[in-house]
Design a protein around this ligand. Structure first.
Ligand code: NAP
Ligand code: ZN
Ligand code: ZN
Length: 351
């Protein structure tokens, strides 16, 4: 079996460090990929530190993968050696439940196979993610990536891009809608770009006054400092939809009260501790909805990648070396990312 190298967390309270393991030889339906870039999602940090529970160690995080195909199995029809491809948060699912059949593999009733910390159908062990030099994935969970875009900037689309695109589409964001985005991190900055490209008037809510100019450059029509009550008041009862990407518990009422009649706020951030329960009054007063959304299906992820290629949308990234990953996690915890770290896998060397 091909040897792989990567970075793994050996325990929740340990920094990531160099790790050697094996990938499977491609089966008839598999694609083997040399990883060029891998984005750093806040979910990687949550899981490497076991903040959601259930992390199996050693854990090799990474689910925003772009690379080149190096080998294909005999039945693979969609990809050939040399193609540029992507892999996101899932590497398989049951494929037979109603949700899988409808293209909602992320909501598989039997649980999708996560790109890392998932149950590996082949080895019986755990899956290892993209902080590594290579990966083998069944072709149905591999995405086509346009060579027209900057490939390092494409990597974060595989999670941050689809996680924001899917709810914007599901809740029908379009021309003329007023859309709020809460938090300008990896997910938030993609939400701003995508909502803008879908025709919305975008209001960005941030706790970081230093991000105001960037938010406007990224496409926000208005920027609100969420700690400023007067600024928040000005937006009451006005927004059609809010996408909340914040990775920490906070007062949801402050945002629910900004929705107009029948408006929805969708949570995509998954803090380690729950948010305080919102007040019922805020929901009934304007028939508002509070919802959640998880990444996106494979077909929708391809649709999002094609949409981004058509509109020239990529992530604004800070490229890091593999050795810098622990420092990057610390900066992410301080909301100090402009706006996604991406690991240049050429910096990962055998030790
Ligand atoms: P990130 O880059 O760290 O961005 C989160 C942003 O939230 C920060 O930049 C900051 O923006 C804001 N924030 C952080 N702490 C805050 C606090 N205490 N109070 C208010 N605002 C705060 O993280 P990310 O990678 O975008 O991920 C965001 C969350 O989504 C994570 O919990 C992640 O696990 C989750 N996620 C969910 C899915 C899904 O399918 N639902 C997929 C991927 C990730 P400002 O500086 O602008 O305030
Ligand atoms: Zn992610
Ligand atoms: Zn299923």
């Amino acid at each position: 079996m091909p040897k792989a190298i990567g970075y793994a967390a050996q325990a929740a309270d340990k920094p990531l460090q160099y790790f050697e393991f094996e990938r499977r030889d491609p089966t008839a339906s598999d694609v083997e990929i040399e990883i060029l870039y891998c984005g750093v999602c806040h979910s990687d940090l949550h899981q490497a530190r076991n903040e959601w529970g259930g992390t199996v160690f050693p854990c090799v995080p990474g689910h925003e993968i772009v690379g080149k195909v190096t080998r294909v199995g005999s039945n693979v029809s969609k990809y050939k050696v040399g193609d540029t491809v992507g892999v996101g948060c899932m590497v398989d699912s049951c494929r037979t439940c109603a949700n899988c059949e409808d293209g909602y593999e992320q909501y598989c009733d039997n649980g999708f196979v996560g790109t890392y910390n998932g149950e590996d159908k082949h080895s019986g062990g755990v899956t290892f993610g993209g902080y590594s030099n290579r990966i083998t994935v069944t072709e149905d969970f591999v995405l086509k990536v346009s060579d027209k875009l900057d490939l390092a900037g494409v990597a974060p689309l595989l999670c941050a891009g689809i996680t924001t695109y899917s709810p914007l589409r599901h809740w029908g964001v379009t021309n003329g809608h007023k859309v709020g985005v809460v938090g300008l991190g990896g997910l938030g900055h993609m939400a701003v770009k995508l909502a803008k490209a879908m025709g919305a008037e975008v209001v960005l809510f941030t706790t970081s006054p230093s991000k105001v100019d960037d938010a406007k450059r990224l496409g926000a029509d208005h920027v609100v400092i969420s700690k400023d009550e007067e600024q928040m008041k000005a937006w009451r009862n006005s927004l059609d939809f809010i996408l909340n990407t914040v990775a920490a518990p906070h007062d949801l009422d402050a945002y629910l009260s900004l929705l107009r009649l029948n408006g929805t706020m969708t949570l995509v951030g998954v803090p380690a501790e729950s948010h305080p329960s919102p007040a019922v009054y805020n929901l009934i007063a304007k028939r508002r909805s509070l919802a959640g959304s998880l990444i996106g299906g494979i077909a929708e992820t391809q649709e999002m990648l094609d949409f981004c290629a058509e509109h020239g949308i990529t992530s604004d990234i800070e490229m890091i070396a593999m050795d810098d990953i622990n420092e990057a996690y610390e900066r992410m915890l301080k909301s100090d990312v402009k706006y996604r770290f991406v690991i240049d896998m050429a910096t990962l060397k055998q030790k």
